[in-house]
Design a protein around this ligand. Structure first.
Ligand SMILES: [Zn+2]
Length: 238
């Protein structure tokens, strides 16, 4: 069993993941694809795990929508893209929404790292404010995407400080190519395992293949945790 904890809905996504040996995947919705990811998960519940995208400019509506999607459409978490949503993770306006996430056991995944979108402010790409959210909502399960992107050190510090903060390995090649000093994706994963513990790292793809983990020198038990064990535990399936 291999779980990809960070995927986006596109034509052929299931087949592409299957060709890499991936059995299940978290599908992260955009604002206009909340129903699409739920429809996909309803058709193939063994394959897809839907995550909701909130409207950060209408939190009361998003709280009500999230309740609906969790209770009736199988949603298991929420994706924030602070760069394109122009919001800091610790913005007080989001706190009522986090209350609902914590109550519903919805996992909150934050994009981290600066990517080449037009006019995106760097401050929204830095995950350091996730620390505030983790202190204020100790039962909220949080995932920092891309091992923190350009901010892997900050992400590892936060992840190692909070029992409910995890990191995913999506799109690592992009960020590793742009890191100073340069680092190979598997070296960064190994560093995260050493720093935060093997139970904190979730395999995720976006061009990262499971073989990066499976064929590495990591301990066999660590590989199992990263490729599926941690994800299944986080999803309350193990
Ligand atoms: Zn992504």
């Amino acid at each position: 069993m291999i779980v990809n904890f960070h995927e986006h809905p596109y034509e052929g996504v299931g087949e592409h993941n299957a060709s890499l040996g991936i059995d299940r995947m978290v599908l992260l919705a955009d604002r206009d694809t909340n129903d699409l990811v739920c429809d996909m998960a309803e058709r193939e519940p063994q394959r897809y795990i839907p995550f909701y995208r909130a409207d950060v400019n209408d939190i009361p509506k998003s709280c009500a929508e999230l309740r609906h999607y969790v209770q009736h459409r199988g949603v298991r978490g929420v994706k924030f893209q602070p760069l394109s949503q122009s919001v800091m993770p610790n913005d007080p306006k989001l706190y009522p929404f986090y209350e609902v996430c914590q109550e519903l056991r919805a996992i909150v995944l934050f994009h981290a790292g600066v990517v080449a979108f037009p006019k995106h402010y760097v401050r929204f790409g830095n995950p350091v404010q996730v620390d505030d959210v983790a202190w204020d909502f100790p039962d909220l399960r949080i995932v920092i995407a891309h091992l923190g992107g350009n901010y892997s050190y900050e992400a590892m510090v936060i992840c190692s400080n909070h029992p409910n903060v995890y990191m995913d390995t999506a799109y690592l090649h992009f960020f590793c190519d742009r890191s100073l000093p340069q680092v190979q994706p598997i070296e960064l994963v190994a560093r995260a395992v050493r720093f935060c513990g093997p139970e904190k790292i979730l395999f995720a793809s976006e061009d990262v293949h499971p073989s990066l983990i499976a064929d590495s020198d990591l301990a066999e038990e660590t590989k199992k945790l990263i490729l599926s064990g941690n994800a299944l535990r986080l999803l309350d399936e193990q």
